[in-house]
Design a protein around this ligand. Structure first.
Ligand SMILES: NC(=O)c1ccc[n+]([C@@H]2O[C@H](COP(=O)([O-])OP(=O)(O)OC[C@H]3O[C@@H](n4cnc5c(N)ncnc54)[C@H](OP(=O)(O)O)[C@@H]3O)[C@@H](O)[C@H]2O)c1
Length: 324
C-alpha cells in the first residue's frame, strides 16, 4: 500500500510517500480500500510539532482519522455482508493518509447509494461536529446564530444547519471568500477584516445579541464574538486556527447567564460519532446539508494540501484522493 508519512515534525515538506505491505484485517476489523481521505486543520498543527502537549503522535507516523472507500476484507466476527460495501470510517486518529487502512468494524458506517464517497468523507468530521455543537448549544427555531470563521469546512456546515434550524444566521468571514460564503444564503455576511464588524453584527442582532455564537477561529475574534452573545445565550469556543481558543470571561458569562462550552463539547464517544455520522449521511441524502468540497489533492500531494490549509488558501473542505 501507499501512505503519506510525516517523517519528522516540521513544515509540509516533511511528508514522504512510502510503500509498505498491505495490512490485514484482524478479529473485529475490516480492511478498507481507501478512495477519499478527510483532512483537518488540526492535522497541520500536529505535523508542525506545535500540538505535542495534546496529541500522542510522534514521527514517523501516517496522519489521517477519516476515510471513505470500499471494504476489501473482513476479520473474524465481522459480518461478511460488509464485503464490497461503500463505507466511511474513523481510523481512531492515525493511518488514514493511505490507500489501505484497517479499522474497527464498529467504526464503519455504510454510505447510502445516493451519497458520493467524497461527500461522505467531507461529512465525517465537520458534519458530525456541527450536529453535536448544534445539540450542545441547543439551537432552536427562534434563535439568531452567529458563525465566526464561516469559510471553513465546519463553518459552512454550521451556516447550512443554522439556515435549516434557526431563525436567522449571520456569517463572519473575510476577503475574497466572502462571495463564496454568500452563495449559502446567510441572512447577513460580515467581513471580519473590517474594523466595524462588531457594530455590523450588533446592528443585526440588536441589543439582545446572538442567541448562539459558534466560534471556529478563537483568539481576539472569538473573544469579540463572545461579547455579542445574548443574555442567557450559548457560546461555543471550539475553534483555534488563530493560534488559540477564545478565552472565556467566566465572570461576564456568569453575570449574563451565558452558557459557554469549549473543545470538549466536540470530543465525542465512538458511539455518538457514529450516530451523528449516520444522521449527517441522512441529512445529506435529504439535501438538508451539502458539504462544500473546495479542493482535492492526490495522496502524494498531502504536503501541498497542508501548505494550502496553513496558507489560508483553501475554502471549505480539503480532501485527498488515492486514485484507486
Ligand atoms: N472540523 C471538525 O470536525 C472540528 C472538530 C473540533 C474542532 N474543530 C476546530 O474548529 C476550527 C475550524 O475547523 P474547520 O475544520 O472548519 O477548519 P478549516 O476548514 O481549516 O477552517 C478554518 C477557519 O478558520 C479561519 N482561519 C484560518 N486561519 C486563521 C487565522 N490565522 N486567523 C483567523 N482565522 C483563521 C479560516 O478563515 P480564512 O478564510 O480567514 O482563512 C476558516 O474560516 C478548527 O480550530 C478546528 O480544530 C473542528
Amino acid at each position: 500500500m501507499r501512505a503519506a508519512m510525516v517523517s519528522k515534525f516540521g513544515g509540509p515538506e516533511v511528508f514522504r510517500l512510502v510503500e509498505t505491505p498491505d495490512p490485514v484485517a484482524g478479529d473485529g476489523e475490516v480492511l478498507i480500500g481507501v478512495e477519499v481521505i478527510d483532512t483537518l486543520w488540526v492535522e497541520t498543527a500536529i505535523r508542525s510539532g506545535a500540538a505535542q502537549e495534546y496529541f500522542p503522535m510522534r514521527p514517523p507516523y501516517v496522519p489521517g482519522s477519516g476515510i471513505a472507500g470500499r471494504v476489501l476484507q473482513v476479520g473474524a466476527g465481522v459480518p461478511r455482508g460488509l464485503l464490497g460495501r461503500r463505507v466511511v470510517a474513523h481510523t481512531g486518529g492515525v493511518g488514514g493518509y493511505a490507500d489501505r487502512a484497517v479499522v474497527a468494524a464498529e467504526a464503519v458506517v455504510v454510505v447510502p447509494d445516493s451519497v458520493d464517497l467524497a461527500v461522505a468523507a467531507a461529512l465525517l468530521h465537520d458534519a458530525v461536529t456541527a450536529l453535536a455543537l448544534f445539540d450542545v448549544t441547543k439551537v432552536g427555531r427562534g434563535d439568531g446564530v452567529l458563525v465566526v470563521g464561516a469559510s471553513g469546512g465546519l463553518g459552512l456546515l454550521c451556516v447550512q444547519l443554522a439556515r435549516a434550524r434557526a431563525e436567522r444566521v449571520v456569517a463572519v468571514a473575510r476577503g475574497a471568500k466572502l462571495e463564496r460564503v454568500a452563495r449559502l444564503g446567510p441572512d447577513k455576511l460580515i467581513d471580519s477584516a473590517r474594523p466595524d464588524w462588531i457594530a455590523q453584527a450588533r446592528a443585526v442582532f440588536g441589543e439582545h445579541g446572538a442567541d448562539v455564537v459558534l466560534d471556529n477561529v478563537g483568539g481576539q475574534l472569538g473573544e469579540a464574538a463572545f461579547m455579542l452573545t445574548a443574555r442567557g445565550g450559548r457560546f461555543s469556543a471550539h475553534g483555534s486556527p488563530s493560534g488559540r481558543f477564545a478565552s472565556v470571561d467566566w465572570q461576564a458569562a456568569d453575570e449574563r447567564g451565558v452558557s459557554a462550552t469549549g473543545i470538549e463539547a466536540a470530543q465525542l464517544t465512538a458511539r455518538d460519532r457514529s450516530a451523528y455520522l449516520e444522521q449527517a449521511l441522512r441529512e445529506a441524502a435529504a439535501g438538508v446539508i451539502a458539504p462544500v468540497i473546495g479542493q482535492t489533492f492526490p495522496l502524494d500531494q498531502a504536503g501541498a494540501a497542508h501548505a494550502a490549509i496553513e496558507g489560508r488558501a483553501v475554502f471549505g473542505k480539503t480532501l485527498l484522493t488515492t486514485g484507486i
